[in-house]
Design a binder for this molecule. Structure first.
Ligand SMILES: [Cu+2]
Length: 148
């Protein structure tokens, strides 16, 4: 059985194109179960971002590893993970370049995200949507892209 609160959860997936995103969605809270992880919008998942390569501006050779773990009782299984780089202070994303999310198979909640393009240095966000079983939860993870 699902908790009643999930019956009213309806979160549209955000378009990736520049200029059509709503304002920044703040992370709800940080959680202690995975050190450095962020809690998704309805509290079902903890998400941590570790950089394998980068982050660097002006290249698609940025690779991040997402660790996604249930927070408390698992409410649904993550079947789709979408990642959108967004530079909130300027109101733009990465144009037509979309990150590629692959399940690594290492462990049930580990995903490799490649082809992440930051058009400039500065403060970025990774807007992450985790979907499954008709539900979507979001989390925003800040990323500081250093100057070269
Ligand atoms: Cu910018």
């Amino acid at each position: 059985m699902r908790a009643p609160v999930f019956a009213v959860l309806a979160v549209a997936l955000l378009p990736g194109a520049c200029g059509r995103q709503p304002e920044r969605e703040m992370p709800v809270a940080r959680t202690d179960e995975i050190p450095g992880a962020w809690l998704t919008s309805n509290g079902s998942w903890e998400v941590r971002v570790d950089w394998e390569t980068g982050p660097r501006a002006g290249t698609v050779d940025n690779v991040a590893r997402l660790t996604i773990a249930p927070h408390g009782d698992a409410k649904f299984l993550p079947q789709l993970v979408q990642v959108t780089p967004w530079m909130t202070i300027h109101g733009h994303g990465s144009g037509n370049v979309r990150p590629v999310v692959d399940f690594t198979g290492d462990n049930p909640g580990t995903f490799r995200v490649s082809n992440i393009y930051f058009v400039m240095s500065g403060p970025w966000d990774l807007k992450i949507a985790i979907s499954g079983d008709g539900f979507t939860e979001n989390v925003v993870v800040p990323v500081e892209v250093p100057r070269e």
